[in-house]
Design a protein around this ligand. Structure first.
Ligand SMILES: Cc1cc2nc3c(=O)[nH]c(=O)nc-3n(C[C@H](O)[C@H](O)[C@H](O)COP(=O)(O)OP(=O)(O)OC[C@H]3O[C@@H](n4cnc5c(N)ncnc54)[C@H](O)[C@@H]3O)c2cc1C
Length: 359
């Protein structure tokens, strides 16, 4: 039986759908993350030698898609933990693996990533946001990691910086280490319970033992588990859409006039779900371009679906606290989260109606 057909997984989904997480910066989806850990979700992305299930990419993405259809904020937090896990699993540094992976598997350790300044954030700035100096026995990190989800809750931050010669490195830095200052979460448009904020690094000493990858040019492109706009981000956008359409379908039970709008959105969502599976197995007709194409289309779909739900629920849906208004705010997240420049440009063109909507 497929993992996702199991009673345990379906109970988890039902549980996540019921326990709506507050959208406040002092909330944290601990119950949802605990429920995921109890259902074995934390083992999905770990290799068998570390006690994990090491799910194939298509299965892992299917899991993310289903979880995000039930609870976007906790699934988003899970992806940031998974991004940290990937960087640890792919390091040659066995000591770090031994130190971190068992706790990440059990859910006792929470790690997150602050890596956007190496991919998407502050790319127009002349000076790297985190600068690194090499010492005789390690490195010293200085600067600001602009974005780290759940940093306030994390035991370790997987982050990186840039040396004067342009080479970059990634390290596992304890959040209670000397010189590490986790800032209060910023007030966001939505997903506030992700407790996302900046982390200041003031002369943080990083030993060779904490080093995960590099120093090397473009460290994020070197076998460290994917950069911005990966299929995982599309899985969440498609999953969030599925959640929205589930609500709309419930509304449709009472209002058959909605069928005209729900049916095409659902067909598009089903098509993107199929495309996601093909892309994950490398069988998508667009080849490597499928990753970017999917994210563009998924962004477009989640935005249109959320706004359709709001329009369908009318003024009642516009009242603060209604799930439709929350879905609209949450859908906007995909315009800014881990969004590579070509995807952003395509989304802007669509919003400006200045280019054709790519099929
Ligand atoms: C809720 C949330 C959670 C996130 N969680 C994480 C996380 O856990 N880990 C992680 O690594 N990242 C995370 N991110 C970061 C995310 O993936 C993107 O990197 C981020 O949203 C990019 O936005 P930015 O403001 O940093 O971009 P920037 O490109 O730095 O833009 C900032 C500002 O700079 C100006 N600007 C931009 N480009 C130019 C230009 N060419 N010339 C002049 N001015 C310019 C604009 O005014 C812009 O508003 C998160 C983001 C959000 C919103």
């Amino acid at each position: 039986m497929s993992l996702f057909a199991s009673e345990r997984f379906n109970l988890l989904l039902a549980n996540l759908q019921q326990q709506v997480c507050d959208d406040r910066t002092d909330a944290w989806p601990s119950d949802q993350l605990r429920a995921m850990a109890d259902a074995g979700v934390m083992s999905w992305d770990l290799p068998a030698e570390w006690g994990g299930l090491d799910l194939a990419s298509a299965d892992y993405l299917e899991g993310l898609r289903l979880l995000s259809s039930a609870c976007l904020v906790s699934t988003f937090v899970l992806t940031q933990r998974s991004a940290a896990v990937r960087r640890i699993v792919t390091t040659d540094n066995t000591a770090s693996k031994q130190q971190l992976l068992p706790g990440l598997l059990s859910g006792e350790i929470f790690a997150t990533v602050g890596i956007s300044h190496l991919t998407t954030s502050g790319q127009h700035l002349k000076t790297p946001l985190v600068q690194v100096a090499e010492t005789t026995d390690g490195f010293v990190f200085n600067g600001v990691v602009p974005w780290a989800t759940g940093a306030t809750q994390a035991d370790f931050l997987i982050t990186g910086g840039t040396l004067a010669d342009g080479r970059q490195l990634l390290a596992a830095i304890p959040t209670d280490g000397a010189g590490v200052s986790v800032q209060s979460p910023v007030e966001l448009m939505a997903l506030n319970a992700s407790q996302t904020g900046a982390v200041k690094l003031n002369r943080v000493v990083v030993s060779q033992k904490q080093l995960l990858h590099g120093p090397i040019e473009h460290v994020m492109q070197h076998g460290t588990g994917g950069g911005a706009g990966s299929l995982g981000t599309s899985a969440l956008a498609i999953g969030a859409t599925a959640g929205i359409l589930r609500h709309m379908a419930e509304e449709m039970q009472r209002r058959s006039d909605l069928r005209e709008f729900v049916a095409p959105l659902q067909a598009e969502c089903d098509q993107l779900t199929a495309d996601l599976r093909l892309a994950a197995t490398g069988e998508h007709a667009a080849g490597a371009a499928a990753v970017e194409q999917l994210r563009r289309q998924a962004n477009s779909l989640v935005l249109r679906s959320a706004q359709s739900w709001l329009a369908a629920t009318k003024g009642a849906g516009y009242v603060s606290g209604h799930p439709a208004e929350r879905a609209v705010r949450e859908s906007m997240f995909f315009l800014v989260w881990s969004c590579p420049q070509p995807v952003l440009v395509a989304n802007l063109r669509e919003l400006a109606c200045s280019g054709s909507i790519v099929p």
